[in-house]
Design a binder for this molecule. Structure first.
Ligand SMILES: CSC[C@H]1O[C@H](OP(=O)(O)O)[C@H](O)[C@@H]1O
Length: 324
């Protein structure tokens, strides 16, 4: 069985091929990026999503720009437009800045993008190998949104730890929050874990606390879009609520992320939490569920403080924010 790779560089045609994650789980279709502007659309419309995957895709967007026109002005325009696609996942800005630095040094941007892509695969593999040590045979693990292969170049971050626990022979199973409003848990996590034969059960977001109260959740693991130097974690909306519930029920709460998700420069107050369109909440598959004239709040992320986090799994170490 091939493992899931949501980002493919087509060397022959010099195109970026993305799994169109808006169509999963019912259709496996691809979105082809021939220009950097196609990548702008892909990130904004969540054809591709997930912090590492967004960063890798943006790097290829810069490469496509240089293939089209290597003038400084054109590259700067591509950089600025890609930078405006989504505000919270720091991987986007990390990758774009890395590409811009390389461009200024005369490094070929396609070579840089391929390097970032390959590195992400290796980072996610290492996160899995290290993260799986936190899981025991028989664990029931709750996860939120999709921090899997579909959110990265391969394996995932949170789901990499789960995959590698299975590879290590541990009989783990997963409870996947559907994750309103974009339903990444139902549509993406359930798809990729079921595809790989990892037992998974979908739940509505509101069910998580009641399962914890019944003692049916052993551990919780999520991804991240930005982790600050004081270990505040920005992740999909609903993560903070899960962390509070985990604390109350004394359940280990893990966050998995590569170094490209860390932001050592900003403080909590500096971070823009993306607010997406009201339509994402107002409609389910095109059917209006919020009455006309009723306003909507649609934060895409929230912030979890370090005191609610048991451990942060990176590619080379496990950080315990509350260990004295
Ligand atoms: C491995 S990072 C995945 C991270 O990104 C998701 O957000 P989105 O689907 O809106 O890009 C979510 O926060 C995941 O935890």
């Amino acid at each position: 069985m091939d493992d899931i790779r949501p980002i493919i560089w087509n060397e022959d045609d010099k195109e970026l091929i993305l799994i169109d994650q808006r169509k999963l789980p019912n259709k496996l279709e691809y979105f082809t990026c021939k220009t950097y502007k196609d990548v702008v659309v892909a990130i904004k419309d969540m054809v591709v999503r997930g912090a590492p995957a967004i960063g890798v895709s943006a790097a290829y967007g810069m490469a496509l720009a240089e293939l089209e026109n290597s003038d400084d002005e054109f590259i700067c325009r591509a950089y600025k437009e890609l930078k405006l696609t989504r505000p919270t996942a720091v991987n986007l800005f990390w990758a774009l800045d890395k590409c811009m630095d390389s461009f200024k040094k005369g490094v070929n941007l396609l070579d840089e993008a391929k390097k970032i892509h390959e590195e992400d695969i290796q980072l996610c593999k290492k996160i899995g190998e290290l993260g799986q040590t936190l899981f025991d045979d028989g664990d029931v693990i709750l996860t939120h949104c999709n921090a899997g292969a579909l959110a990265t170049s391969a394996y995932g971050t949170a789901l990499s730890a789960i995959r590698f626990a299975k590879y290590a022979g541990k009989n783990v199973s997963v409870i996947s929050d559907e994750t309103r409003p974009r339903l990444q848990g139902a549509k993406l996590t359930c798809f990729e874990l079921h595809y790989e034969g990892i037992p998974t059960t979908a739940i509505s977001d509101n069910t998580a606390g009641f399962l914890m109260k019944q003692g049916k959740i052993d551990k919780i693991i999520v991804g991240a879009d930005r982790i600050l130097s004081d270990y505040h974690v920005f992740n999909k909306i609903g993560t903070y609520s899960l962390a509070i519930l985990a604390k109350y029920h004394n359940i280990p709460f893990y966050v998995a992320a590569p170094y490209s998700t860390f932001d050592f420069e900003n403080t909590v107050e500096d971070i823009e939490i993306e607010q997406r369109s009201a339509e994402e909440v107002m409609y389910v598959d095109g059917v209006r569920i919020v009455a006309e004239g009723v306003p909507v709040i649609n934060y895409a992320f929230d912030c979890t403080p370090p005191e609610l986090i048991t451990a942060i799994i990176t590619e080379d170490k496990i950080i315990y924010p509350n260990k004295k």
